[in-house]
Design a protein. Structure first.
Length: 155
């Protein structure tokens, strides 16, 4: 079960110049699982200049801030207390894809290692901080729909 029921992800920008959809947590938005704030200036600059739009699939899918750490295991997303959060992650990914499609965005810069946004590496589902090759739920959906995803570490 998700922590929240509804989120408004509607964004009003008729004359947009968005080239990218980016993880909100890279731009100083308080949406990380631990509630901490982080800014990657070169990604935030894209947003500030109108070239990118921010998304947080986890929050859009109903996850709270802060929230328990979650990892992917056998195609499902579980919190550290083993609550199945898969629906939240899939709902958030669908909302993120809807936004990308609405604005014709074909490039994304997402947070590596995240169960939503990881593009090359994710945690292995054991909560031991062990990384494996893999991709998050949103990254997978984006790629299946022709959106090129790179990580914050690659950018």
């Amino acid at each position: 079960m998700c922590d929240k029921d509804q989120f408004n992800t509607e964004i009003e920008h008729e004359d947009h110049g968005f080239e990218y959809i980016v993880s909100s947590c890279l731009c100083g938005e308080k949406c990380r699982y631990d509630g901490k704030v982080f800014v990657l200036e070169k990604v935030k600059n894209l947003v500030d200049s109108g070239k990118a739009i921010m998304i947080c699939p986890e929050v859009s899918g109903g996850m709270a801030v802060p929230r328990l750490p979650c990892e992917i295991k056998d195609g499902r997303v579980f919190s550290i207390t083993l609550d199945d959060k898969t629906d939240c992650y899939f709902n958030g990914a669908i909302k993120a894809l809807d936004i990308a499609k609405k604005y014709g965005i074909t490039k994304a810069i997402l947070k590596e290692k995240s169960p939503s946004c990881g593009s090359s590496y994710i945690y292995d589902g054991t909560f031991s901080r062990t990384l494996i090759s893999g991709e998050g739920i949103t990254t997978k959906l984006f790629r299946e729909n022709g959106i090129k995803v790179i990580s914050d570490e690659e950018f």
